[in-house]
Design a protein around this ligand. Structure first.
Ligand code: FES
Length: 87
């Protein structure tokens, strides 16, 4: 099980405990933390978050990402992580 520390995303700062089987976007939605998204397939880039600590595994990613950015719809935690909104 992994811990996701939410660092002020839409005003929420809390920790979630997840199995790492679902995308971060889905985990956030399951906990009523709503972020921008559209395609859910790694194409549009609207779900970009900042990875502040830890590591994720990305599935399809067709959007150029800057260092530290992840696509919430395509990323699953593989360690405890901390995430925040895009700067
Ligand atoms: S929702 Fe489109 S890239 Fe994540």
């Amino acid at each position: 099980m992994f811990r996701i520390d939410i660092n002020n995303i839409n005003g929420k700062t809390e920790s979630l405990y997840v199995y790492g089987e679902q995308s971060i976007l889905t985990e956030l939605e399951d906990h009523s933390i709503l972020i921008n998204h559209s395609c859910r397939q790694g194409h549009c880039g609207s779900c970009i978050l900042q990875l502040l600590k830890g590591d994720v595994m990305h599935q399809d990613c067709l959007v150029p990402l800057s260092r530290g950015e992840i696509l919430a719809c395509q990323a699953k935690p593989i360690t405890d992580i901390e995430i925040g909104s895009r700067n």
